[in-house]
Design a protein around this ligand. Structure first.
Ligand code: KDG
Length: 382
């Protein structure tokens, strides 16, 4: 049975063939996105038996998500198929360097974009036309079809992004996963997994998706067994809260045993970003992990001590998924009973793998390499 269970929405993540405004993109490569399933995939790559629980549509993207997570060794047996609602998706926009020549078909690829050609002609890519119609696996869907109303594309244009910055354009309102609800706890497949897992991982994305998703998160927090570890990653996604009340978040986060927050996202969400300020706001979790962008991560423990570990310097290819990978490394270290510094270092190593790859997931180093890197210490020049 899975030691770690991650609950939350996954989506088809469409990566553009070039940086710059989406209007100029010729083709997108289909990958798999979703914060909680990213954690499940990375946990499984780190040798922790893991499951991902969610709902997908009875469609090509849903089948693809389930197959891909399964191929990463994640237990997907409790993922439900919703015959009435579609699998969500998002398009990724990548900022381009304004000094480069305008991007036309087949033009320069800047760091951060998926190389053009080749990938674009693969089966399963989805092409967005200027009219907003989608061609998904050969089925033409006009923009007026009940695909999904856009969240970050409310019919307007968006300010250009700085080079390397990314923006997600969500098409997920009314998705299959948004219909997750507290009845999951009594589901014959999901219920026992949820009850028996040593670790249950949740994120601040789920309560933003719908009232039923919020009720599910509340239900999971209430139903927890004393010996179960609940980890919660803030994952602040303001676009998802535009018509919902994010005031519910602090209470949910404070109910976790391990709370992971980025200093920058905590500042955006709550106006608080220092470890001490955040500890004051979240007194209950046994461990509060504060990530200060690429610099340092600090774990504040129940006894009031703080353990810090500097981040690794890597050439970033694309940052999406790095927070999820960090969470997985940290949680794998926790489940293995590593000391607090080693948990943080395993988080950094796992994040480094995601940072140096396109899309949400990187390739984890083999166990003996990870073991050596965990044991490494800074050179003493004295
Ligand atoms: O952490 C990466 C995720 O943000 C990405 O895969 C998409 O799950 C996603 C979301 O809801 O933003």
């Amino acid at each position: 049975t899975p030691q770690a269970v991650c609950v939350g929405e996954s989506m088809a993540a469409l990566l553009p063939d070039r940086p710059g405004p989406l209007d100029a993109v010729e083709s997108f490569t289909v990958t798999v996105g979703g914060a909680e399933s990213n954690v499940a995939g990375a946990l499984s790559a780190l040798g922790i038996p893991s499951a991902w629980i969610s709902r997908v549509g009875d469609d090509a993207f849903g089948r693809r998500l389930v197959a891909e997570l399964g191929s990463r060794g994640v237990d997907v047996s409790a993922v439900a198929v919703d015959p009435r609602r579609p699998t969500g998706l998002y398009l990724k926009e990548i900022g381009r360097d304004p000094d480069l020549a305008p991007v036309g078909p087949g033009a320069v690829t800047q760091a951060g974009a998926v190389p053009p050609r080749g990938a674009a002609s693969r089966a399963g890519t989805a092409e967005a036309t200027a009219a907003g119609a989608f061609d998904i696996d050969g089925t033409r869907m006009p923009a007026s079809a009940p695909l999904l109303p856009p969240l970050t594309l409310p019919g307007g244009t968006h300010p250009p992004l700085a080079a390397g910055q990314t923006r997600a354009h969500y098409y997920r309102a009314g998705s299959a996963a948004s219909a997750l609800g507290p009845e999951l706890l009594d589901d014959p497949a999901a219920g026992p997994m949820l009850a028996e897992a040593r670790l249950l991982h949740l994120s601040g994305i789920t309560p933003a998706l719908s009232d039923t998703c919020l009720a599910l998160v509340r239900g999971l927090l209430t139903a927890r067994r004393t010996e179960q570890i609940i980890s919660f990653d803030l994952n602040w996604r303001p676009a998802l809260w535009h018509d919902r009340d994010p005031g519910v978040l602090p209470g949910l986060l404070d109910a976790a045993d391990v709370l992971l927050v980025g200093a920058d996202e905590a500042h955006a969400a709550f106006g608080v970003s220092t470890p001490t300020g955040l500890r004051r706001m979240f007194p209950s979790p046994a461990t509060l992990v504060v990530k200060d962008s690429g610099r340092q991560v600090t774990a504040l423990l129940r006894d009031g001590t703080a353990v810090g570990e500097p981040a690794l310097t890597v050439d970033v290819v694309e940052a999406t998924g790095a927070g999820d990978a960090f969470a997985a490394g940290y949680l794998a270290g926790t489940l293995r009973g590593l000391d607090h510094r080693a948990r943080l270092r395993l988080g950094h190593l796992s994040a480094a793998a995601a940072l140096t790859a396109h899309g949400d997931q990187g390739t984890m180093a083999p166990p003996h390499v990870i073991g050596a890197l965990l044991a490494a210490s800074p050179r003493d020049w004295a």
